[in-house]
Design a protein around this ligand. Structure first.
Ligand code: UDP
Length: 244
């Protein structure tokens, strides 16, 4: 993919969005029969499946914690999910993303209710289009709720970045590759930030504005996550397509 000359033309991004717009988002809760909870998510060109198992017995047993459940999160990018085939199996990037995503969700899970057990979250990226870690966290949060895991609230996530000196919500692939900054954020329903990473550079004023943009994005995602759960439990399993 060659570098576009400009990422913003006449105030619009190359995919036609304004700086504050999210890509189209479609959540579907409870899609996997053999998982305790699951969620399929399309977020722009990202296609993500999250599956949750547990609370269940811990193997190996020495990982058990006497007063809490342990939470494990595996982010995996399929070889066919990206333009240039990815070597299968974990790498430094996927290990890092698994760790920060687990931390983003762990604080809302009531782990103390299930001592000596494990809650396992698997996130498979079937198609990647920038923002896969935040897509994974959104899907995993719905899958945890679908599994009936007691939580204080849902966690929602989205990225903000800077392209052609403009702050933009929910980076697309070109903005992610050729932009000046990428700031993935996850937030719980109480407004507490549970993930904050940054690539590139922003001034402190830009950072404050970007954080507010991400918070607004997370609020929209939170509504869509709730709708997906209501849709499953109120009317049976059906996809929800919402343009934002
Ligand atoms: N990507 C890729 N091959 C890789 C890793 C990433 O093509 O091995 C692409 C993929 O589209 C991904 C994007 O680069 O969404 C940005 O990756 P980054 O590490 O910034 O994480 P993400 O934005 O997906 O959370």
């Amino acid at each position: 993919m060659s570098k576009p000359e400009k990422l913003i033309v006449d105030g619009k991004r190359l995919d036609g969005r304004g700086p504050f717009d999210l890509r189209p988002i479609k959540f579907q809760a409870g899609v996997l029969k053999r998982a305790d909870g699951s969620c399929y998510l399309e977020f722009g060109g990202n296609k993500v499946m999250a599956a949750v198992y547990g609370p269940r017995e811990v193997h190996p047993r020495h990982l058990q914690q006497a007063s809490n459940a342990i939470v494990r999160y595996r982010y995996n990018m399929a070889s066919f999910s990206v333009e240039e085939r990815k070597r299968p199996g974990p790498d430094r990037r996927s290990i890092e993303i698994s760790k920060v995503s687990r931390e983003a969700l762990e604080s809302v899970i009531l782990k103390e209710l299930y001592p000596r057990s494990a809650i396992d979250i698997f996130v498979e990226i079937l198609q990647a289009d920038a923002g896969t870690r935040v897509a994974g966290i959104n899907a995993a949060s719905v899958a945890l709720a679908d599994a009936g895991i007691p939580m204080k609230c849902l966690v929602s996530a989205c990225a903000v970045g800077k392209a052609d000196d403009t702050l933009v919500l929910d980076l697309n692939k070109d903005e992610d590759n050729y932009g000046q900054a990428d700031l993935p954020i996850a937030m719980n329903q109480f407004g507490e930030i549970t993930l904050c990473q940054m690539d590139g550079h922003m001034t402190s004023d830009e950072f404050s504005t970007a954080l507010n943009m991400a918070i607004e994005g997370c609020k929209k995602l939170h509504e869509l996550q709730k709708q997906a759960l209501v849709e499953k439990y109120a009317r049976g399993v059906a996809p929800i397509a919402v343009e934002v």
